[in-house]
Design a protein around this ligand. Structure first.
Ligand SMILES: Nc1ncnc2c1ncn2[C@@H]1O[C@H](COP(=O)(O)OP(=O)(O)OP(=O)(O)O)[C@@H](O)[C@H]1O
Ligand SMILES: [Mg+2]
Length: 256
């Protein structure tokens, strides 16, 4: 049985006149692989932004493990074990794959970067263990051969994989994935799906926003549908697929 991990109450966020998110009640369960779908502009990314602290809500509350995280900053939320990826990846083009992973794992904020450079000798052991972690992540993602490639040399799909790696190295309890399959070729899509399923089997709670409906239906235990900021369906993949409101939302609006 699943148990409650996070809940949002009366969560609202508008941009100008546009209601981006307007959700009364939503509970996410521990270790349930949950996908969030909906047409373009439905509010999926904004919901992730609010949960992970990258945007401030107009009103409402968010609880994670019974802790009120509504006004918490992104780094604080990440430290609680909730880590996200971005729809447009945040990999550093001028760093190698290895460096990207080590930087993501380092927890070094820009403020303390200078400090860590001054203390360089002391940092050596830390750096070695960080490198070991990065190698482990690359192995899990099957990208060891790309270790010394610059991120700018990677394909779109490989960047998505690296973005996933940058979040995994932080050892999350909850992983928010914003379109991990966008622009990814079919073969790599299969690989990424297997990785996501493995992460879920290893006990990480996965919340995934994705437009690839086949992939969503294949791996999700639960599917949530947003349209114009509101929740219009929530259930097993098959139930949601047959839901009239969902079919209408996809046929009626959006630019897909
Ligand atoms: N920073 C912003 N400023 C102004 N409007 C925004 C901002 N972010 C989102 N919006 C608007 O809020 C609504 C929801 O956007 P959001 O990006 O959350 O949708 P989405 O479901 O993630 O869409 P997509 O599937 O295209 O990624 C849209 O109408 C969008 O234009
Ligand atoms: Mg989005």
């Amino acid at each position: 049985m699943s148990s409650s991990l996070m809940r949002v109450n009366n969560l609202k966020k508008s941009f100008g006149g546009v209601k981006a998110v307007d959700i009364d009640n939503l509970i996410f369960n521990k270790n349930e692989l949950t996908s969030i779908i909906g047409p373009n502009g439905a509010g999926k990314t904004t919901l992730f932004d609010l949960i992970s602290g990258f945007q401030e809500e107009d009103s409402g509350e968010i609880f994670y493990q019974e802790k009120n995280i509504t006004k918490s900053q992104p780094h604080k939320i990440a430290r609680l074990g909730m880590v996200r990826t971005f729809q447009l990846t945040k990999v550093f083009d001028r760093m190698t794959v290895l460096e990207n992973l080590m930087f993501a794992g380092s927890n070094i904020s820009n403020d303390s970067l200078f400090q860590s450079i001054i203390q360089f000798p002391k940092q050596k052991n830390y750096e070695n263990s960080l490198e070991e972690e990065a190698l482990r992540v690359m192995k899990d993602l099957n990208i060891e051969q790309m270790s010394n490639a610059y991120a700018r040399e990677l394909s779109g799909g490989q960047k998505k994989l690296l973005e996933l790696g940058r979040s995994i190295i932080r050892k999350p309890d909850v992983l928010l994935l914003d379109e991990p399959l966008a622009g990814v070729n079919p073969k790599l899509t299969e690989e990424i799906l297997e990785i996501i399923e493995k992460l879920s089997n290893d006990g990480i709670t996965i919340l995934m926003v994705e437009h690839n409906i086949e992939a969503v239906m294949k791996i999700s235990e639960r599917v949530i549908v947003l349209a114009e900021g509101s929740l219009i369906a929530d259930g097993l993949p098959q139930e949601v697929r047959e839901n009239k409101k969902v079919i209408e939302a996809y046929l009626g609006g959006g630019d897909e």
